[in-house]
Design a protein around this ligand. Structure first.
Ligand SMILES: [Mn+2]
Length: 411
């Protein structure tokens, strides 16, 4: 009879990652968000101790990239050391922390074991009859099917394959170390501890193929609960798999339909109605909300021109719902109804502005200006990105709305 045990599978901690700024947050809350990836690791260590797990597997992208200094590495080592000198931690390098980008620059705690990158390596925990097989990334762009080179399972052991891969492809993720779920099932292992894909996913069972997802969401596209997984093994088979939700802050996105709204009070009322459902996603944590206004309304030029003020209003409304509900961005994706014919066809300013706004040359000029100005701003352009969105077209649309308001007195 094989021993029963439990282990924790985590991946994509991205320590050292810059957290998206919150325009209206005060210094304290901004710091809370900035430190959330570290707080999530500390919470994970606490959860491991509380659950009495036997070992920890980290399947790549522990670090977001090359260290700015040694502090991030010292922080990780300290947290791992809190698990005790006899608690095994297995670490695999992913694309973000490939060996060439994040070399093992400082001495590691005695309980940390790092998979090699030249070939697959096997670690055994003979007391638990566990064998772990893994090959880390030597360089960022690993295009080979690494899984195919993994060794046969160790007989009489619970075999775990540790791999950083998007499998045959996952939207939004580079197709590094590509392989199929069939490649993995064919190895004869009991559990595949994957990393790289930031959403939690149980791809298959028996053998289990699992992405725990990112440990802490870092921007408004990483929404919802985040953490690791706790795997229970009895009689040589997975008997339970549960999520350990350890994120310290959370992200959400919501869309408000402003179609047909005739006055700003109506816009505010519709924002206020959307907020409680969005706030529910926080589950007691600070929540950063990306709010998007959509629809065709005569107020469109005014909304685009006065977005900064509207963002402050939305933040104030959010605080009424939950003091820890923070507006990440207010996206104003609205359109004005088709305009009536101008009174004086001789000088049609509205048409002139609309024509300029639709001209690709204007967008190109806006993109060039943005690229020139952004690096000179504090934070390297983050401040510019936040109010205007990524696309030069959005910048031009906002400029056109401002011009209409100033020149034509609209809005
Ligand atoms: Mn990755």
């Amino acid at each position: 009879m094989s021993p029963s045990f439990r282990f924790v599978h985590a991946a994509d901690l991205h320590l050292g990652s810059p957290m998206a700024a919150l325009a209206l947050a005060d210094a304290g809350i901004a710091r809370r968000f900035a430190e959330a990836p570290r707080a999530a690791l500390a919470a994970l260590v606490g959860a491991i101790r509380a659950h009495g797990a036997d070992f920890l597997v980290i399947a790549g992208d522990l670090y977001d990239g090359p260290w700015r200094d040694a502090r991030v590495g010292l922080f990780f080592n300290r947290e791992i050391a809190r698990l005790g000198p006899d608690f095994p931690v297995f670490l695999l390098a992913g694309n973000h922390d490939a060996e060439s980008r994040v070399p093992a620059a400082i001495p590691a705690p005695a309980n940390l074991r790092r998979f090699g990158t030249a070939r697959p390596e096997t670690f055994r925990l003979d007391g638990l009859a566990v064998a772990l097989h893994g090959q880390g990334f030597g360089a960022r762009e690993e295009r080979r099917n690494l899984a195919r080179g993994y060794p046969p399972p160790v007989p009489g052991h619970f075999n775990i394959g540790v791999l950083h891969s998007a499998l045959a492809g996952r939207p939004g993720h580079e197709p590094y170390a590509p392989c199929t779920a069939e490649d993995l099932a064919g190895r004869g292992y009991d559990y595949w501890a994957l990393g790289h894909v930031h959403a939690f996913e149980v791809v298959a069972e028996r053998p289990h193929v699992v992405f725990p997802g990112v440990l802490q969401g870092r921007h408004a596209r990483e929404t919802g609960a985040k953490g690791a997984v706790l795997v229970s093994v009895e009689d040589g088979a997975v008997s339970a798999l549960e999520r350990l939700v350890v994120d310290d802050v959370r992200w959400a996105a919501a869309t408000v339909d402003v179609a047909g709204a005739l006055e700003e009070g109506e816009i505010e009322a519709r924002i206020a109605r959307a907020l409680p459902a969005a706030a529910a996603a926080a589950e007691g944590r600070p929540l950063a909300l990306r709010l998007r206004l959509e629809g065709t309304t005569a107020l469109a030029p005014r909304l685009l021109a006065r977005r900064a003020g509207l963002a402050v209003t939305a933040q104030a409304l959010a605080q009424q719902v939950d003091p820890d509900l923070w507006l990440e961005t207010l996206e104003v994706a609205v359109a004005a109804p088709a305009a009536a014919a101008p009174a004086d066809p001789g000088l049609d300013l509205a048409a002139l502005i609309a024509g300029l706004a639709a001209d690709p040359a204007t967008a190109a000029e806006a993109a060039a200006l943005t690229a020139e100005i952004a690096p000179r701003l504090p934070g390297g352009g983050g401040a510019l990105e936040l109010p205007f969105g990524a696309a030069p077209e959005a910048l031009v649309a906002e400029a056109a709305a401002l011009a209409r308001e100033r020149v034509l007195g609209e809005g």
